[in-house]
Design a protein around this ligand. Structure first.
Ligand SMILES: C[S@@+](CC[C@H](N)C(=O)[O-])C[C@H]1O[C@@H](n2cnc3c(N)ncnc32)[C@H](O)[C@@H]1O
Length: 270
């Protein structure tokens, strides 16, 4: 079955380009925002971004999105269709918004793992959950080489994380591998915005965001990277195709806030 969307199509090209994980020709080069970097250096540069923003990450999310990230995550949680007892892996889980919501739904007989490659982000997340009385298994790991056995989870989620990964195809294959047959992957990510909104969105992303980052987090560059990395990420159909190539079936997506964000879903059938 081919990928499909459930809303009006955003206009524009794929945004996918050179390098490993981006569908291009040169396996030794990839994107870091608008820059081309050796593939082996991207993870280090992404780590610098999240080390820098971890302590102000949550407040910046609320400010940048005017609180909308909460609605996008709530939509994701609803689409996860969790039942008590389910096993869930949250990849690139950062400060734990999704993991916390999942834990409430799967109950004490279920299992929710909060994972991320970045120790600073994971530390903020773990402490936040502990402060709320939630003790979840936490693991620092790379989505491109997950330390879990095949077929371990009923749901795998990744919110605003895939864009930062060097080899998206490898990460998606890993997500497929650790899902049980019948399990579902949910990918929440910035996507290709509805074309008429693009000029205003660009002005906001490249004008306002870095300034907000400078004022609130003392770091304009990381928020410039955010704006650039969104432009370089595969658009809705391209990400759908990557998911199908990784083995997922019944791939579809929902455009949220006119395509600013999209939630992709795919099922592992066998
Ligand atoms: C924008 S944050 C998203 C955090 C959280 N999921 C949320 O929605 O608020 C992106 C996260 O992706 C993580 N990340 C980047 N590359 C990763 C990789 N290869 N494997 C696992 N996590 C990764 C970063 O460390 C960071 O915490």
């Amino acid at each position: 079955m081919s990928a499909r969307q459930d809303g009006p199509p955003p206009a524009g090209d794929t945004g996918a380009g050179i390098g490993a994980g981006a569908g291009g020709a040169d396996p030794d080069a990839t994107h870091f925002g608008f820059r081309t970097v050796p593939t082996g250096q991207k993870a280090e540069k992404v780590a610098e971004v999240f080390d820098s923003v971890a302590s102000r990450y949550d407040v910046m999310n609320d400010l940048m999105s005017a609180g909308l990230h909460r609605a996008w995550k709530a939509f994701t949680v609803r689409h996860a269709a969790l039942r008590p007892g389910m096993k869930v892996l949250d990849i690139a889980g950062g400060t734990g918004d999704l993991a916390r919501a999942f834990a409430q739904r799967v109950g004490p007989e279920g299992e929710v793992w909060l994972t991320d490659i970045n120790g600073s982000m994971l530390g903020v997340g773990r402490d936040r959950l502990l402060d709320e009385g939630l003790v979840l298994p936490v693991a620092q790991c790379d989505a491109e080489a997950l330390p879990f056995p095949d077929g371990r989870f009923d749901r795998v989620t990744v919110a605003f994380g895939l864009r930062n990964m060097t080899r998206k195809e490898a990460a998606l294959r890993e997500m497929y591998r650790v899902l049980a047959p019948g399990g579902k992957l949910l990918v929440l990510e910035f996507s290709k915005v509805w074309k008429p909104l693009a000029p205003a969105y660009d002005a906001y992303s490249f004008g306002v965001l870095p300034q907000l980052g400078r004022l609130v987090a003392g770091d304009a560059d990381s928020y410039r990277y955010l704006a650039e990395s969104i432009r370089m990420h595969p658009d809705q159909p391209s990400l759908g195709a990557l998911m199908e190539a990784a083995g997922f079936g019944r791939v579809r997506w929902h455009n949220l806030t006119l395509g600013v964000v999209a939630l992709h879903e795919g099922v592992r059938f066998s």
